[in-house]
Design a protein around this ligand. Structure first.
Ligand SMILES: [Zn+2]
Length: 254
């Protein structure tokens, strides 16, 4: 039985542990120390490292972990990742027989030019591409690339659990409410998020179904999102991609 849990790292990063029995794969180890501590405390055996993109707050712990555990590192072939000898691209499958688990690789350029996401066991590890109630900034890609990437992720089954790279839900929902003040699903999610954070609990994972109801960046075809984006941009927006680009610019200064 596969189980996923987070280890908080740096300011607001999550390192995801994917476990079956005592075998574990970690996703985006930003820091080796909390990974080491968790492996030791729970008696887990690290078998591989998965990486979504090259930003330091996702890769910083890799070298130290590989030195100690000699495990393979899987990451985007189109980016330079420390110790990564298993470059992956869109459409690849990675199998971990000792976890009874396989991941499909999805190429999701936008936040960075070679970013990938991993989908397996009804779980999506999206890095900084699709966030809970938001999406990553466009550091290397275009709005069109990012919108295509988000659309690709949202085509996965609605019950898919979304595991992203940061705890950003609260700030993202504040923006979502600014875009759609009358959306009752956003209001309910804000209340639930506040309650979880008040108890120090993570608000990740969510589900793609919840994102479809509350995340403005994947709701560009909703008339109220279009109206809000046009008000902000002060011009008519003629496609979902243009609406997405206007929302992303708005969020950058929000
Ligand atoms: Zn990033």
């Amino acid at each position: 039985m596969v189980d996923v849990f987070p280890v908080a790292a740096l300011k607001d990063n999550y390192i995801w542990f994917i476990r079956n029995g005592d075998i574990v794969v970690v996703v985006d180890p930003s820091d080796a120390v909390p990974v080491d501590q968790t492996l030791a405390a729970q008696g887990l055996k690290l078998t591989a490292i998965l990486v979504t993109h090259h930003h330091w707050d996702h890769v910083n712990g890799i070298e130290s972990l590989v030195e100690r555990y000699r495990v393979p590192v899987y990451g985007p072939k189109l980016e330079t990742i420390p110790q990564c000898r298993h470059g992956v691209i869109d459409g690849d499958t990675i199998a971990f027989p000792d976890l009874d688990l396989a991941f499909k690789v999805l190429g999701v350029p936008g936040h960075t030019s070679g970013a990938v996401a991993y989908f397996g066991a009804e779980s999506l590890f999206s890095g900084d591409t699709l966030f809970t109630a938001g999406c990553g900034r466009l550091f290397e890609g275009t709005a069109e690339q990012m919108y295509t990437s988000l659309t690709k992720l949202m085509s996965l089954p609605p019950q898919t659990r979304l595991y992203c790279g940061h705890e950003y839900t609260r700030a993202n929902l504040a923006f979502a409410r600014a875009v759609e003040p009358d959306n009752t699903a956003i209001a309910a999610r804000i209340r639930e998020t506040a309650a979880r954070r008040a108890h120090g609990l993570p608000t990740v994972p969510s589900t793609l179904d919840l994102e479809r109801q509350t995340n403005p960046f994947v709701r560009c075809s909703a008339p109220e999102v279009k109206r809000a984006a046009e008000r902000q941009a002060r011009r008519p927006l003629c496609s979902d991609t243009e609406i997405f680009a206007a929302l992303r610019q708005w969020k950058d200064i929000y």
